[in-house]
Design a protein around this ligand. Sequence first.
Ligand code: ASP
Length: 343
Amino acid sequence: MFQLRRLLLLLGLLGLVPGAFADPIAIAIHGGAGTLTRDSITPEQERDYLAILNTAVQQGHARLQDGATGSDVVRETIRLLENSPLFNAGHGAVLTWNGTHELDASMMLGHNLAAGAVAGVTRVKNPIEAAYAVLEYSPHVLLSGAGADKFAESQGLTMVDNRYFTTPRRVEALELFRAKYEDKKAQNGDEKFGTVGVVVLDTSGNLAAGTSTGGMTGKRWGRIGDSPLIGSGTFADNRSCAVSATGHGEFFIRWQVASDICARVRYQGLDLLVAANQVLHDELALAGGEGGVIAIDPKGNVALVFNTEGMYRASINAAGEKVVGIYRSHAGTQNKEQDLSDG
Ligand code: ASP
């Protein structure tokens, strides 16, 4: 290993391996976690998910290699996932109890702790762009509801009819949810969380994180989850790490999952993976909170950790190692308890 490094350095000096001295870059993506087993996903769906995750991670990584900022790459990558009907974000978002869509998104930059978020927006095509506009062009961190849509419109963002977000699959999911609810079995543990999130380390050594979601099927009364809440579903700080979460928001809010992982890295000096495993398995799982996180540190280490049966995920770390997977048994499972039972 040591010999190889020396060889690379030498070749780098001679200009033969252009990347030998490059600044580390890394990217990780999630498309939600939950009861994802080989029985619950058709081979076609599996192929489609793996294909878009692969495209997203490759494109994002290529942009980082070209020197794009973390902020740009987070937005571009999330936009791609929001525009896909496969994920619970943007087009393809889940439906509220009333059969409409209320979307949440957030972004944070690790070099200056700038943050922006929107909650309960109904008309902006790409909620991550609205979150970014709040970060960049407003004095605020979190805007909600009609006001947030109005702000997005004033920033020149593309607005759509609320029905643009609807897909047949989510209509079916709402019908099922309502039927189960009436049957008093709404919480049957068959949850799938399809939120999307991206964390990156760019060539300037800056971390960035973003998350976008439709929330949870059948939500009502203006319910807001963890995704637009800085510290809960999204966090980035160059002194520790960047995190995006997916899962049962009510738990992620109370356990402050994203910032807790980074606090363990910063104040306890823990490795990123150890910190993420502690929070997801030792804290959250014991309390009954289901979900997962993607996390990245300033060296370009990546952690993909979930306490559910699967998590749509993809990453390329600073060493160039790529992971694309859904189930526990897929490569890149980094959970403390490696249960490969769905093999
Ligand atoms: N965390 C999101 C929420 O609670 C749901 C998800 O991750 O799919 O709104």
